[in-house]
Design a protein around this ligand. Structure first.
Ligand code: HEC
Length: 133
């Protein structure tokens, strides 16, 4: 029986409902946004800034030039985190570029179609405010 266990585990993973799979795909993205972006892009943001403090707000950006599913390089949301610090519009604003790993997380999520979990998931700022120097 023991040697069949891994197979059973694999089989049960394959049967996960779609929404749960989307939630898993979004989990690392949520962490990147909560650590680096949500402090400024929440309720008190400027009107020109895209809101990213819940998944309903993020859903409205998907399918626009902010987030083009399958095309991270064409997505403003991804472009701004790859700009060099000194470039106007680099996010987070100068001096606090996100890590290559975090960039990769956003890249993979958009590339895979920018899927969101079901319902409205709230994002809250985590850690200190990333700010300009
Ligand atoms: C310290 C506050 C702050 C943080 C942190 C921050 N932003 Fe911004 N963001 C702004 C401000 C202010 C603007 C509007 C001014 C501008 O366009 O330069 C903006 C604008 C943007 C825009 C629109 C840019 C454009 O070209 O129109 C995008 C997309 C964006 N932010 C994404 C992000 C992402 C993704 C993160 C996290 C990796 C992030 N921001 C973190 C303050 C912040």
């Amino acid at each position: 029986m023991k040697r069949f266990l891994p197979l059973l585990v694999l089989a049960s993973c394959a049967q996960k409902p779609v929404n749960e799979a989307d939630a898993v795909a979004f989990a690392p993205v949520r962490s990147v946004l909560e650590t680096n972006c949500v402090h400024c892009h929440g309720d008190n943001r400027l009107s020109t800034m895209p809101p990213i403090n819940d998944t309903q707000a993020i859903a409205k950006l998907i399918g626009t030039s902010w987030i083009v599913p399958g095309k991270p390089e064409a997505s403003r949301f991804f472009q701004v985190v790859t700009f060099p610090d000194e470039m106007p519009g680099a996010m987070p604003p100068s001096g606090h570029a996100i890590s290559k790993k975090d960039q990769q997380t956003l890249h993979e999520w958009i590339k895979a179609g920018a899927k969101l979990p079901a319902g409205n998931v709230k994002l809250s700022p985590k850690g200190p405010l990333p700010r300009s120097i």
